[in-house]
Design a protein around this ligand. Sequence first.
Ligand SMILES: Cc1ncc(COP(=O)(O)O)c(C=O)c1O
Length: 385
Amino acid sequence: MEPVYFDHNATTPVDDAVLEAMLPYFQQEFGNASSRHGYGLSARRAIDKARKQVADAVGVQPVQVIFTSGGSEANNLFIRGATDSLKPGNLYISAIEHPCVLKPAQALSRRSCDAWAMHQLAVNASGQVDLEAAGDAMQNHKPGLVAVMLANNETGVIQDVASVAELARSHGAYIHTDAIQGLGKIPVDFSELKVHAMTLSAHKIYGPKGAAALIVDKRLLLKPLIYGGGHENGLRSGTENVPAIVGFGVACELAQARMAETAQHVSLLRNQLEKGLIGMGAVIFGSAAARIPNTCYFALPNIEGDTLVVKLDKAGFAVAAGAACSSVNPGQSHVLNAMQVDPMLARCAVRVSLGRSNTLEQIDDFLRTTQRIVAELKQTSSLSF
Ligand SMILES: Cc1ncc(COP(=O)(O)O)c(C=O)c1O
């Protein structure tokens, strides 16, 4: 039997309709979109169509979409590209950003020739940015740039991006949101969030890996990370990955069309899951806050997360341990750290992130399996860290 996939915040399978739309662009329609002949024009038309599909998903004009090789590149493009074109000042990021926002911001603040100073916006115990503390901090050190993610990849907690944006704008700062984990799970509207830039990625919404976008307001000045032939309005050179971009466009359309139905389905499953886990004594991180409907981040006290993940994998369930999106760098989750979770409990963190094809039977099986594993672990007393 195929293992049950409960790790949709890490990545999702490519939808059949997405794959079907992509396939012609590998062979028959393989042209370079910069070429003037028929092959090139066909590739250009395909990119234009995808640009409109992506733009429509978040309520912007196609010209505002800059395609990149992934969400990581788009986030780096914002941090590096905006700081390079503005007068140096204060860069604020939330303490729970994905490493592809956190690390370029840290790198920037370490470069002595740059006068950019990085500040982290604290979160409360539920994982939400503390707006009052953010307001106070920005009074003391006026922001030039601000980045606050829409939904956290570990906890699923949704941020009040529009309020942070108002705060940032009141100081004349530019604001970015990484909306990768929000797209397709909750409504995402560029204007309503009041941001100047937003990152989206295809592979979290049943699209292919290697396609993403930075959405920009025309008032935001950016310098490219990659110079060359001047693709994407000069902001991201490199021959376009046409099949992946086509897939991204279709995935955006599907995500919009299916959002309400999927949200209802996965919420039902998550409620059942969390009821069962709480019955086993689990702590659910971020459950007091609004969350994207598919994510459950829990800890069973004294059951190490990594151990549980490996045992669940053997038993046929693919889930993630804490700091799962960066599990190439295992260690304590900086998100739980920012939420001031006891480090002993943080070591027990496990993330289940549900998707459209999961079922209630899978949840029930998972709960039974987890209960059995926990009982075995307790018996063999491999509980002490
Ligand atoms: C919130 C968030 N930002 C950025 C990324 C990176 O995106 P990508 O995998 O497209 O580079 C991810 C996923 O890994 C993510 O969950």
